[in-house]
Design a protein around this ligand. Structure first.
Ligand SMILES: CC(C)(COP(=O)(O)OP(=O)(O)OC[C@H]1O[C@@H](n2cnc3c(N)ncnc32)[C@H](O)[C@@H]1OP(=O)(O)O)[C@@H](O)C(=O)NCCC(=O)NCCS
Length: 170
């Protein structure tokens, strides 16, 4: 398996991986936030135009997982992390995460659904810590452009560097 930067011709496969991986959310995230497909093509196009740089895990010409990283000034956000359903829990996500962590020198934040316990566990296992609930809405409003309803139902995980800076600023 190798990790490489995505190319324009990966678009359809990236979309397929995201919508396949997002099946994990069915019945888990708030019903009013679930829609099908989970990510329409236009939203992925917008995400790329918005500066999300996608990295892909590939084996024998087939994509197994994708992960995006977005520069937001003083921090970088990990966005849209998905591994194909049949490949989950095989280490692909960990390798992608390590790779995107190496792409940016900035403190890293990751947002996910509060009920996506497996994703929270995955990031905690990889050294990230949940941002305290009282600070989460303001962090989400500062760095993400998401509806208020998603803010209410999301959590943010931060790396050690962000946590250190946040403590210094208090
Ligand atoms: C979250 C995700 C990207 C992790 O990638 P992955 O390749 O499956 O993860 P890895 O194999 O590298 O790491 C596995 C660890 O992550 C956690 N984990 C991943 N999937 C899990 C699941 N379904 N249930 C419980 N823990 C899970 C566990 O800690 C697991 O370790 P374990 O198998 O020893 O218990 C992937 O599972 C996925 O695409 N999930 C669905 C979509 C999603 O939640 N994306 C995150 C958006 S922020």
């Amino acid at each position: 398996m190798r990790i490489r930067s995505s190319a324009p011709q990966d678009f359809e496969q990236i979309l397929t991986i995201i919508n396949d991986g997002a099946e994990a959310y069915r019945g888990v995230i708030p019903a009013d936030r679930w829609h099908e497909p989970y990510m329409p093509a236009a939203e992925l196009t917008h995400a790329i135009r918005d500066g999300i740089e996608f990295w892909v895990a590939e084996q024998d010409g087939r994509l197994l997982g994708v992960m995006g990283i977005q520069d937001k000034g003083d921090v970088a956000l990990v966005r849209h992390a998905y591994v194909a359903t049949t490949m989950q829990r095989g280490g692909v996500g960990t390798q992608l995460l390590r790779h995107v962590q190496g792409v940016s020198e900035k403190p890293i934040l990751i947002g996910t659904w509060a009920t996506a316990f497996w994703a929270i566990r995955f990031y905690e296992r990889n050294g990230f810590t949940l941002v305290p609930a009282r600070e989460t809405p303001q962090v989400l409003r500062k760095y993400w452009s998401i509806p208020e309803r998603q803010i209410e139902t999301s959590v943010v995980l931060a790396d050690q560097s962000w946590l250190r800076n946040a403590a210094l600023l208090q």
